[in-house]
Design a protein around this ligand. Sequence first.
Ligand code: GCO
Length: 264
Amino acid sequence: MSINLFDLSGKIALITGSTHGLGMAMAEGLGKAGATILVNGNSSQQKIDDAVAHYESLGIKAKGYKFDVTDEAEVINAVQKIQKEVGPIDILVNNAGIIKRTPLEDMAVADFKQVIDVDLVSPFIVSKHVVRGMIERKQGKIINMCSMMSELGRNTVGAYAAAKGGLKMLTRNMATEWAKHNIQINGIGPGYFATAQTAPIRVDGHPFNEFIINRTPSAKWGDPNDLAGAAIFLSSRASNFVNGHILYVDGGILATIGKPNNED
Ligand code: GCO
């Protein structure tokens, strides 16, 4: 009898920030693998409703929950509501995030703190309130959306790199403290993907666009659908002995120092 190590049937997955972009791409993958998708956003109920309709149009079971991942009271309330209305959360993907591109010397402290709050503190808050159920049930999967900025810096994204570097170490510490409960906590580190977040630096002719094409061995921007496999793997029994690992999905960019512009 063949076992499908990547089957998520019967699992309930909460993906924060899953009304668009990489969060939606990963949620689609988890849904197509059989998971029920809990859609989260904080901008508008309409966006959440539209996203739920999108998942359902793909034959994916989905339900929307609007809450601010940086607000602990809202997170506690949402987790309790989900437990009552849908059931225990088996898979948590801490994907919600923001970026502010400003030279550090010009960056307002409030802006720096906001990036840290959303990108680093909120995965702690949401995980803290979801993990209790996972500990009780002696099983669970947590995926933190890191970044290649968890490893490398870049001009103007200092707050984001600080947050994503911290999230890499928070992921390792979550594994250190929770793996004994049969909970696997890992990270996904995207390289450069074609999303709304990168649209401003991806336009044709933008120097950064040419730079990334040249700097990435795969010589292209990632397609958000390229992330689904990594999310399914880290959400499934196929990764039951993988813990504290950051899986980079980056077209090879972190493997190389790059090459001169005129080299193939
Ligand atoms: C940037 C980009 C990156 C990517 C991604 C890379 O301005 O450098 O937005 O931060 O979005 O995080 O892993």
